[in-house]
Design a protein around this ligand. Structure first.
Ligand code: ASP
Length: 310
């Protein structure tokens, strides 16, 4: 039987096939019910060491990977760069070699540099999962987004999805712009010119007018402005960002009547999204994304360690 995930690492959506993605989503389905049960203990990763090394801040992704690993029985250790020799000038390479010498069975890494996860993967003797590399990719976010959409609509193919906000600096956008078209969705991006990527991927429609961009869409994915990734200060012209690019209830009315609202978090309420839209249980799937993130990460940890467990 061919491997369900025939790749040594999960570094991005780039390089994955639609079948690879669908296999992960199908595997994740089993954990959604399991995660709602009272006793959430499986032992398939029993005896395996999982290291989470997050060089950038995280709430959802770090905690989700930690919970996912523990529910599968792994020994999970979190490496804290701020309290480590990184503060004494140790390089990423030396840090990775040091972690590798402790013989982990899987490494989950987030780093502010594009390509960091790929670079580290080349040094490790275990699978590596990219939990976000600079503006590069955030594959498990795109996978949990796809699972959320699929569970809500029963399909992804043929849906119209608008990704709105700071597209240029977003690794979440980069990963979703690869996965969603591969799964058959019609994807649009909506952003002011200064937050639009220099090159719009082929087949993606780009809109600067928010109202036009979300007209009739099935899902509106909102993104935070990534000020920490901007070389210059946030442009003054965007101080009134909310007026033109904030998702309000009135604006959401332009989308399809049953359109869902998504956000990878962290949200800046009153900037890119209004609180009443984010909190609307009929439309917002933001907390469902968080919930399904654990299931998706369980599937990824399981699939990537299968070979070394047999
Ligand atoms: N949490 C997501 C990320 O790490 C989105 C964001 O930070 O805006 O990329």
């Amino acid at each position: 039987m061919p491997a369900l995930f025939p790749h040594p690492h999960l570094l991005g959506i780039e390089g994955l096939s639609a079948a690879d993605i669908l296999n992960i989503l199908d595997e994740a389905e089993q954990w959604t019910a399991f995660n709602r049960g009272a006793r959430k203990a499986d032992d398939r990763l029993h005896g395996l060491t999982q290291i989470n090394a997050f060089f950038e801040n995280s709430t959802r992704t770090l905690f989700s990977f930690e919970i996912a690993g523990k529910r599968l029985g792994a020994q999970v250790s979190n490496f804290h760069p701020a309290a480590s020799s990184v503060r004494k000038g140790e390089s990423l390479i030396d840090t990775a070699l040091t972690l590798n010498a402790m013989r982990p069975d899987i490494l989950v890494i987030r780093h502010e540099a594009n390509g960091a996860a790929g670079e580290v993967a080349g040094l490790m003797d275990c699978p590596v999962i990219n939990a976000g590399d600079g503006q590069g990719e955030h594959p498990t976010q795109a996978l949990l987004d796809a699972l959320t959409i699929r569970r809500r609509f029963g399909r992804i193919e043929g849906l119209k999805i608008a990704i709105c906000g700071d597209i240029e600096h977003s690794r979440v956008a980069n990963s979703n712009l690869r996965s969603l078209p591969l799964l058959g969705a019609e994807v649009r991006i909506v952003a002011p010119l200064c937050l639009m990527p220099a090159v719009v991927p082929e087949g993606i429609a780009a809109f600067q007018d928010f109202d036009e961009g979300i007209a009739g869409v099935d899902a509106v994915m909102m993104l935070r402005i990534q000020k920490e990734r901007m070389e210059e200060d946030f442009p003054d012209t965007l101080q009134d960002y909310h007026t033109e690019y904030g998702l309000t209830r009135a604006r959401l009315a332009r989308a399809a009547p049953d359109a869902i609202v998504m956000h990878p978090g962290p949200m800046n309420r009153g900037v890119e999204i209004d609180g009443d839209v984010a909190d609307d249980p009929a439309r917002s799937v933001i907390l469902e994304q968080v919930e399904l993130g654990v299931a998706v990460r369980m599937a990824c940890l399981d699939l990537l360690t299968r070979e070394r467990r047999t």
